[in-house]
Design a protein around this ligand. Sequence first.
Ligand code: UDP
Length: 312
Amino acid sequence: MRFLISGAAGFIGSHLCDRLLADGHEVVALDNFITGSKDNVAHLEGHSRFQLYAHDVTQPFFNHTAFDAVLHLASLASPKHYFAHPIETLESGSTATRNMLEVARRDNARFLITSTSEAYGDPEVHPQVETYWGNVNPVGPRSCYDESKRYAEALTMAYHRMHGVKTTIARIFNTYGPRMALDDGRVVPAFIDQALRGEPLTVYGDGSQTRSFCYVRDLVDGLVRLALSDERYPVNLGNPAEMTILQFAEYIRDAVNPSLPIVFHPLPQDDPKRRRPDITKARTILGWEPAVGLGEGLEETIGYFRQRVDRL
Ligand code: UDP
């Protein structure tokens, strides 16, 4: 199949390119490198079935040869980045999503949007099931991301209903692995970076808030299965193994340098208190569930970050 991937030089996008190429597909990759990095796809340069274009998908994309599938990943996914670029973040869910949907409509291609667990906001239902509509502050600091993704979901359903586009919606929960940027600001690279440099680990709040971390290889497998499925409504993709952020800090500290202190900083506004996916739907309709445990995934991730920190 011929795939168009937006956000292809990002953390998840680059792993998705690897997987699709390994499966024998052709990949046309787009990125404007606002948070993605050419380094993430440098190893694919010269691959006969891979083409990379510097393109901002808030601008229309015109292609000469039809695509079989359009996967729209372009987005600023880290709170640090969407706080710094709220308007671009809203644009990636709105204008950019529409541009990518237009390609899928013209080509009669499959379409996948990577939505987010943030669509549930600070959830009152736990674990989060796809039928829960969420608890989102529409004017809070995270709203540029949450509402952008919720709008993107609505736009995607509208293209399905009005134009019959074969759309799918992935709600991605916290994901980690090699190729996250060291200065990404999210908790996994932040703690690993701090631990490798021998600095205190910075826990926000009292660390009792929970997250559930999915290894990127598992996540990408779920995305591929979903993109090829006929499910039109959102599907959660994530690892249901939930832990507190304090437990996670202790885990990273013990894995890298058990003598490091953990320090506490103020909790950012609207930081969700609990997050864990209910993945019954993905298990049932995609036959998917995560296979990589936290120990194995973090070993690979810490190994990757160790090389990066050593090079600085
Ligand atoms: N967090 C933290 N220390 C850090 C970075 C993040 O305690 O240095 C917390 C953050 O407040 C949140 C959780 O870790 O409760 C996950 O944050 P992240 O930015 O990775 O993504 P989120 O799940 O909030 O979108």
